[in-house]
Design a protein around this ligand. Structure first.
Ligand SMILES: Oc1cc(-c2ccc(F)cc2)cc2cccnc12
Ligand SMILES: [Mg+2]
Length: 214
């Protein structure tokens, strides 16, 4: 159809959800994912695990790599205080545009700093251009073949500190084996795998939670 999947989901949300109500926006995106078409959001099943990590960590400064439609940004920021700083990076301009409208519909545009650029460009600028000292939490959910590149960039740019929590989606499906192997064996993280289900499916997937040892 002429309209992209992401635009169709945005339209569905604007028709079904309540403006300014993040939970209703998430519910509409999840309903679409279960009942109509697959979309690569972290989803409601893995989302409950992500929620738990966010609540446990209570990050003051958080980075997300891979905004997509804004689902996990909305999901996460709804659990954070107004004072928290949440930065999300999306390389695909069309998806970033949809996310901007989705986040605005949820009423969270003042709580989320959206950057439309390549994470490899943004990470080295976080301290100088975005005033970040160190990150309390990171959610990695963009292209699987750059997970490892980007966590190493976070290390070399001294954005991690003792206790920083790095959560990564899709460890099983589609899988990020080089990343998983690195965080589990390099000696810099206490890493645990949390098995779950792939978004809007009964297939197996899971999140890796890696705490930087500093
Ligand atoms: O959660 C995700 C899932 C997939 C995915 C798409 C099609 C498949 F057949 C399998 C997996 C891609 C992602 C890309 C970026 C962030 N998350 C993704
Ligand atoms: Mg994902």
């Amino acid at each position: 159809s002429a309209m992209s999947l992401e635009r169709r989901i945005l339209q569905y949300v604007q028709q079904q959800a309540l403006r300014g109500d993040p939970d209703s926006v998430m519910a509409a995106i999840d309903k679409f994912g279960w009942e109509r078409e697959f979309a690569m959001n972290v989803g409601d099943v893995k989302g409950v695990i992500l929620d738990r990590f966010v609540k446990e960590t209570a990050p003051k400064t958080m980075l997300e790599l891979g905004t997509y439609m804004g689902y996990s940004a909305i999901r996460t920021v709804r659990l954070l205080p107004e004072t928290a700083r949440f930065i999300t990076v999306e390389f695909n301009q069309e998806n970033a545009a949809v996310a901007k409208e989705m986040i605005a519909f949820a009423g969270l545009q003042n709580r989320i700093i959206q950057i439309m650029s390549d994470s490899a460009e943004v990470i080295p600028q976080l301290k100088t251009k975005y005033g970040v000292e160190t990150l309390d939490m990171v959610f990695i959910d963009h292209w699987k073949d750059v997970y490892l590149r980007d966590i190493k960039l976070l290390e070399t740019n001294e954005l991690l500190r003792k206790g920083t929590v790095v959560v990564a989606d899709n460890i099983i499906k589609p899988g990020a084996p080089d990343y998983a192997d690195y965080v589990r064996t390099c000696g810099k993280y206490d890493s645990t795998f949390h098995e779950s289900n792939y978004e809007y499916s009964n297939d197996i997937d899971g999140l890796e939670k890696s705490v930087y040892r500093g």
